[in-house]
Design a protein around this ligand. Structure first.
Ligand SMILES: [Zn+2]
Length: 140
């Protein structure tokens, strides 16, 4: 552990609206996908998956206990299930979500902003996609 003092300077971990989570394990057989936290109700969390459902994404519920601060257990072991915190939104900066890297970024990092949240692609993801699959059509 290189950062033993971290928890003395940062607030305790809490699941909050707009945080994005990614699966702890990235094994291909695992069906888990990234999502955005919409609200916490008791021991359940309503989440939004921009790529789930039909075109516009879908909402579903996951158990609060499956959301973790890191992909490691307290003993330092790699978690095989559940999700880990990926990115928090800075509300003061009117950040937008990139549905590809699941990062909240300032608006200038997006070439084109799509309708519906979670459907934007930041400029660096867009460049990566274009390098791999060729130029994307310009959205109207
Ligand atoms: Zn991105």
């Amino acid at each position: 552990m290189n950062t033993p003092t971290r928890h003395e300077t940062t607030p305790p971990f809490a699941v909050k609206k707009w945080q994005t989570y990614v699966p702890c394990s990235t094994l291909h057989w695992q069906p888990a996908k990234p999502f955005v936290v919409m609200r916490v109700v008791g021991d359940k969390v309503e989440v939004y998956d921009p790529t789930g459902g039909h075109r516009m994404g879908g909402r579903r519920w996951v158990a609060l206990r499956n959301l973790h601060e890191t992909d490691r257990t307290k003993a330092g072991k790699q978690r095989k299930t559940g999700w880990r915190l990926h990115c928090e939104r800075l509300l003061s900066k009117h950040q937008e979500l990139c549905g590809t890297c699941m990062n909240w970024l300032d608006p200038q990092h997006f070439g084109v902003l799509a309708w519906g949240f979670g459907h934007n692609t930041c400029t660096s993801c867009r460049a990566e996609i274009e390098a791999r699959y060729g130029k994307l059509p310009t959205r109207r």
